[in-house]
Design a protein around this ligand. Structure first.
Ligand code: GTP
Ligand code: MG
Length: 239
């Protein structure tokens, strides 16, 4: 198995009703990182998301019904592991993530990280509303208390992962909302090398954002119970 810049790498795109934004996302990837393979996980979309992938000649994993971002990512990691990939890059279908920033994540894997998390705040120039800003600040404190590490963007979905953590995510990736925070904490606690790197991002290009304020309180509580209740539960300790 090769590592470093020669490692087999796939871009995993979880997509739920993203027919509007996905064509440009796939075009951007083909133009900027033609050397990388791509897979779209169609998370039970009701629109033409799968058709967009097919038309672009990109493999599509169709989920029979909507699992949510975590479930879609787990299916993407499953696809990557089953097909022998050594690295996977999580990339949103809504146009927020930039193909030219993938190199920043992969460079961190070259330097030995198992997981590299792109931070939209460390690079500056990214604004969020007051409510979301407060929620994110709380998550930063929580993650710091639980891991002893400082991350500026705990819920970023722009990440790259390499083996052996990729195989772990193929079976253990959390499927509940806020999967990104849970994954971050679990990977750190299991002893994997996790780094955060500044990456530029855009606002979403179309479609509907995932966070629904009335669900947020429930998911905060669930996350707290999940992380505090069973400390090393979700990710097996680093091999
Ligand atoms: N909303 C939503 N997105 C999903 C789901 N399954 C997969 N996704 C995809 O997961 C990615 C991230 O979802 P977003 O709703 O953009 O989440 P986010 O980036 O944290 O939120 P925003 O900053 O508001 O864009 C997108 O590519 C979605 O299409 C789902 O069940 N709901
Ligand atoms: Mg988004």
């Amino acid at each position: 198995m090769s590592s470093g810049p020669d490692a087999r790498t796939i871009v995993v795109i979880p997509a739920f009703n993203e027919e509007e934004s996905l064509p440009a996302v796939l075009r951007q990837l083909r133009e900027v990182v033609p050397e990388l393979d791509v897979v779209v996980v169609d998370d039970g979309s009701a629109d033409g998301t799968a058709e967009v992938a097919r038309r672009a000649g990109v493999p599509c994993v169709p989920l029979p019904f909507n699992l949510g971002i975590g479930g879609a990512l787990r299916a993407g990691y499953r696809f990557a592991a089953d097909n022998g990939y050594e690295r996977a890059v999580q990339f949103d279908a809504d146009g927020q993530h930039r193909a030219d920033q993938i190199a920043v994540l992969l460079a961190a894997l070259d330097d030995g990280a198992h997981m590299a998390c792109g931070s939209r705040f460390a690079a500056g120039g990214y604004e969020v509303g007051r409510g979301r800003g407060l929620a994110m600040a709380l998550l930063r404190v929580g993650v710091r208390l639980l891991t002893g590490r400082r991350f500026s963007d705990t819920s970023s979905g722009f990440r790259a992962v390499q083996q052996p953590l990729l195989d772990v995510f193929a079976t253990e990736y959390p499927v509940e909302y806020m999967d990104s925070v849970e994954t971050l904490v679990n990977a750190c606690r299991a002893g994997y090398e996790v780094v955060e790197v500044p990456t530029r991002m855009r606002e979403r290009a179309g479609g509907v954002p995932s966070q629904r304020p009335f669900h947020l309180a429930y998911h905060y509580a669930r996350l707290l119970v999940a992380l505090l209740g069973s400390p090393r539960r979700a990710v097996p300790t680093r091999r």
